[in-house]
Write a protein of this length. Structure first.
Length: 202
């Protein structure tokens, strides 16, 4: 085994109804604005919840999106975040990690609108800086910076995915259309463990 062998923790779970997801996305984008949410690219769907800055402001749009509500209610644990995240064409997140969530939270994503040029990039390297600014790297420069300790992957639309967000990572939308994903944070319990056990390792 390579001395650099490590795991992204990327797993893929069940498929959801992409048509219904897109219908609810249309409603959410009709009544909400990404620019009003955290970092200018989020719509927090519930009426209320914890006070983490990622979730502010709560919009209550979940009442207008029956399939999102059905998904929300299907989790047999506390849902600590339930947001739509948009990444515009030709942009990227800063390199960061999400350790501030705490060790008792697991993040999931269900991509709804995506393209073939949306890449996740992950490294097990630590950085001197806490994070980098948006658009400070391309996929190419990320991979060059962390070579050979990086991995890239794509998330298929309509499926639920999880990976180790405590590792430093970014998402690069190098396509010509925006990407929107349903981001879900769940509090760990036996149900969540069993749910993840049903996922396929990638």
């Amino acid at each position: 085994m390579s001395r650099h062998a490590w795991s992204t923790g990327w797993k893929t779970g069940p498929e959801y109804d992409l048509t219904r997801l897109k219908n609810d996305l249309f409603m959410a984008e009709t009544y909400g604005k990404y620019e009003d949410g955290a970092f200018g690219h989020a719509i927090s769907l519930p009426e209320s919840g914890n006070e983490h800055y990622n979730n502010q402001p709560y919009t209550g749009i979940i009442k207008k999106t029956p399939y999102f509500k059905e998904i929300y209610d299907s989790f047999k644990t506390e849902v600590t975040s339930f947001r739509l995240l948009r990444r515009d064409a030709g942009t990227s997140y800063g390199i960061h990690n999400d350790r501030d969530m705490g060790d008792d939270i697991v993040r999931f994503q269900i991509p709804i609108r995506t393209n073939n040029h949306c890449w996740f990039a992950i490294t097990d390297c630590e950085m001197e800086e806490e994070y980098t600014e948006e658009n400070s790297h391309t996929l190419y420069t990320f991979n060059k910076k962390f070579k050979p300790r990086f991995k890239n992957f794509k998330m298929k639309a309509g499926f639920i995915h999880t990976f180790d967000v405590k590792l430093n990572h970014s998402m690069f939308n190098e396509g010509n259309a925006d990407r929107v994903t349903l981001s879900i944070d769940l509090k760990k319990n036996q149900w969540v463990d069993k749910f993840i056990d049903s996922f396929r390792e990638n």
